[in-house]
Design a protein around this ligand. Structure first.
Ligand SMILES: [Zn+2]
Length: 280
């Protein structure tokens, strides 16, 4: 199981001698591949080391080239890339809102690279991805990585202390194992409207906390406090455009919340949302 977010004891700026030392730190597991991720698991880290001719490093923004089709001797593309393996892992990072650790390797052509070894640069979000024709004329997949700064705060302590901590950042990067679990239970169908959003990287839904996380609400990150919603209904719910009754009827709009026996909701959180986010 991957660990998303920063690694305790490894501050930004930490330099590793080589890939073996980086691997041993837990910062980036693969010894060769630039992307730590797969078609079934969102990427948790990437290495940017100038090995791909189409990489563009702008500092806080990196246009990162996907993996594959590359001749390591010349750094040139010699074949088309496919949206598989680590490339699909980065798509999943975007869809699941996972932060990605970025490690820069020494590269004389980049002003942002360390002089030697590999340096941990902090957490980035996968903002966007698309396909393009690279410098050598082959199809490449590009991922825009944007640095997340000054907005990271750990989630409130979970009831299971063994669970590793991830991060809440913004509407984009807000995910935990329990949030992912709730979405999987509903097969990514919106509990308010039933819509299922299919994307090239799989289904997309958002985890909405009924009683919000963080001060001053201090809602818990537990499944009884989480809804699986489409992005529209997530926004509408967060701003109090609709509410949910104790009997799961929707208030201020027709319909009922879709509930599952495996995913019970706590009435106290629904009440909290009505009391604090209602206008009447
Ligand atoms: Zn919906």
């Amino acid at each position: 199981m991957k660990h998303y977010g920063s690694i305790p004891g490894i501050p930004i700026g930490t330099v590793f001698r080589d890939r073996a030392e980086l691997h041993a730190s837990g910062g980036h597991a693969p010894l060769m591949a630039g992307i730590s991720g797969s078609s079934t698991e969102a990427a948790d880290s990437v290495v940017v080391s100038g090995g791909y001719e189409d990489d563009v490093d702008l500092g806080d923004t990196i246009l990162y080239t996907g993996q594959g089709g590359n001749d390591p001797a010349t750094n040139q593309q010699v074949a088309d890339q496919e949206l598989v393996r680590g490339n699909m892992g980065l798509v999943k990072s975007l869809l699941e809102g996972r932060p990605v650790r970025v490690i820069r390797g020494a590269n004389p052509h980049s002003q942002y690279a360390p002089e030697r070894g590999y340096r941990y640069e902090g957490l980035f979000a996968v903002e966007d991805y698309w396909r393009d024709i690279g410098k050598s004329g082959y199809l490449i997949w590009r991922f825009r990585l944007r640095k997340l700064e000054g907005v990271l705060s750990p989630l409130p302590l979970s009831p299971q202390p063994s669970e590793r901590h991830e991060f809440t950042v913004s509407r984009i990067i807000r995910n935990t194992a329990v949030a992912q679990h709730v979405k999987a239970l509903h097969r990514f169908a919106c509990q308010a409207c039933g819509v299922i959003l299919e994307t090239p990287g799989g289904r997309y839904a958002e985890a909405a906390h009924i009683r919000p996380l963080g001060k001053p609400h201090d809602g818990p990150d537990v499944k009884e406090n989480i809804l699986c919603l489409c992005p529209n209904d997530h926004l509408l719910f967060d701003v109090g455009a609709f509410h949910i009754g104790d009997d799961f009827s929707l208030i201020e709009r027709p319909g009922r919340l879709r509930v599952l026996p495996a995913h019970p909701l706590a009435v106290e959180y629904l009440r909290y949302h009505r009391e604090h986010f209602g206008v009447r």
